[in-house]
Design a protein around this ligand. Structure first.
Ligand SMILES: NC(=O)c1ccc[n+]([C@@H]2O[C@H](COP(=O)([O-])OP(=O)(O)OC[C@H]3O[C@@H](n4cnc5c(N)ncnc54)[C@H](O)[C@@H]3O)[C@@H](O)[C@H]2O)c1
Length: 452
């Protein structure tokens, strides 16, 4: 089929490449000229494992093209995908200006005599596709035939190609059988289930899925808080819980809280949607509050260790800037928020991320921050080491080398990434999340009210 993908960011660029790889003719459209030029010259605007090869292969095969001109991109397209951003608005709502703006442009460019399916892949609140349809109808030439479809995307950055090619499920929300048939043709070869539903349920599915995963994270973080106080170990508790198939081990990892370009804004948008429908979704408000507190619980351990509020004269080595491993994305990264908090108290930072140094530099600037060339460079003469993103390479640090480089053998592990026995055995003071360590800060179990 002929496809047009509007927005060549994390979702659109990967989507365009994967659809082309399935044998479709795909044109990726973006308003950002620099981005399109970069992609055309073979350089990827984002880091995503395997993306460069996939894009180049499909360009070479003549199945994948890019343009800044929507009219050109939409020419003879069977399906037009909307993959533009839906950032968080001022009062928590999803900002739909990009989606609805694109809808208007699509409307103007629909061709008479062709049936086109307009698919929203961007994460949008319930009833948005109905607005998309209205906007298109209001500007489209009389008599054009089109349908709107909600087809939310569930990929994870860092694993997005694999996730798109091997998705757990495909959700298709549509109003007509004709539209469903076209989308089924695109995804029909996948082995996983296709959930066919109405527009509103498809839109809600995406928010419900993200909010549920965020709830799992906040839940285990609260269990972690309690474990820390009561002298239990959240990693062992999570394993014991997660092996129950009804629960599952994934997203049951205590840490510094969730971040990224999706969970914070999607959870906030769902909360906002509930208010719009006069429903008090109290659980989701709790999820957000716990997440917000989690980073403060981590930094308070640093303040306690360094006795006092001001950190002037202290230098911290930070490993990890991206919101998670395997990506260069720093949007809503908790690591960046922690750096802000520490810098705000006068600390200097020596930071390193395998992929996100440049993005972090353009966001945080250079004041008080040295962008190190590797993990060990970040540690030189630092007062302590902070591990904030779960990159695999940070798991494999040479602890003797780390000890020589740091001023004090002190580690704050915000992801419980390191092996506690090894770290403590190597003579470090080890602060972790939700478990007793040799730097334990929790309530003394003996002084707590024990059951009789
Ligand atoms: N990033 C993820 O992991 C992920 C996963 C699932 C769903 N989503 C959702 O997918 C959507 C896109 O997310 P993303 O991370 O790919 O965003 P992104 O910011 O990386 O990409 C959006 C792209 O849209 C382009 N754009 C904006 N206005 C345009 C216009 N009028 N015409 C053409 N291009 C335009 C921007 O230049 C940018 O390249 C969001 O709604 C997001 O919530 C994201």
């Amino acid at each position: 089929m002929k496809l047009c993908v509007i927005g060549t960011g994390y979702v659109g660029l990967v989507g365009a490449a994967v659809f082309a790889d399935w044998g479709n003719e795909v044109v990726g459209v973006d308003i950002d000229e620099k981005k399109i030029k970069k992609i055309e010259s073979g350089e990827m605007p984002i880091f995503e494992p395997g993306l460069e090869e996939l894009v180049l292969e499909n360009i070479k095969a003549g199945r994948l093209k890019f343009t800044t001109k929507l009219k050109e991109g939409m020419k003879d397209a069977d399906i037009v995908f909307i993959c533009v951003g839906t950032p968080q608005g001022d009062s928590g709502q999803a900002d739909l200006s990009y989606v609805l703006g694109v809808a208007g442009e699509i409307g103007k460019n629909l061709q008479k005599g062709r049936y086109t399916v307009v698919v929203t892949k961007s994460t949008v609140p319930v009833r948005t596709n109905e607005r998309v349809k209205e906007v298109i109808q209001s500007v489209a030439p009389k008599g054009v035939k089109f349908d709107v479809v909600s087809n939310p995307e569930f990929l994870r950055e860092g694993y997005s190609i694999e996730d798109m090619q091997n998705t757990d499920r495909t959700v298709i929300g549509a109003q007509t059988e004709r539209a469903k048939k076209v989308i089924r043709k695109l995804y029909g070869h996948l082995e996983s289930p296709i959930v066919e539903t109405d527009l509103r349920s498809a839109e809600m599915t995406k928010y419900a899925a993200n909010a549920f995963l965020a709830t799992k994270i906040s839940f285990i973080n609260e269990i972690g808080q309690l474990c820390e106080k009561a002298g239990a170990n959240v990693q062992e508790v999570a394993r014991g819980m997660g092996l129950d198939k009804r629960i599952g081990t994934r997203f049951l990892v205590a840490g510094i809280g969730y971040g990224g370009s999706c969970f914070p804004k999607d959870v906030a948008a769902l909360s906002r949607t509930s208010l719009d429908f006069a429903y008090d979704f109290s659980l989701i408000r709790g999820v957000m509050r716990v997440n917000d507190l989690q980073k403060h619980s981590f930094t308070s351990k640093i303040y306690q260790e360094f006795k006092g509020e001001a950190l002037g004269g202290k230098t911290f080595a930070v490993l990890g800037l991206a919101f998670k491993e395997n990506t260069d994305d720093i949007r809503e990264s908790v690591a960046i928020k922690i750096i802000h908090l520490l810098r705000g108290r006068g600390a200097s930072l020596r930071v390193f991320d395998p992929e996100a140094n440049e993005n972090a530099r353009s966001y945080l600037g250079d004041v008080g921050i040295h962008y190190a060339k590797d993990a060990y460079d970040a540690m030189k003469d630092a007062d302590a080491l902070l591990v904030l993103t779960e990159w695999k390479e940070f798991r494999e640090l040479d602890l003797q080398k780390v000890k020589k480089l740091l001023k004090n053998p002190t580690i704050f592990d915000g992801r419980n990434l390191l092996d506690q026995a090894e770290v403590e055995g190597a003579g470090f003071k080890y602060h972790a999340v939700g478990k007793r360590t040799n730097a334990y800060h929790g309530t003394d179990v003996k002084s707590a009210l024990l059951p009789k």
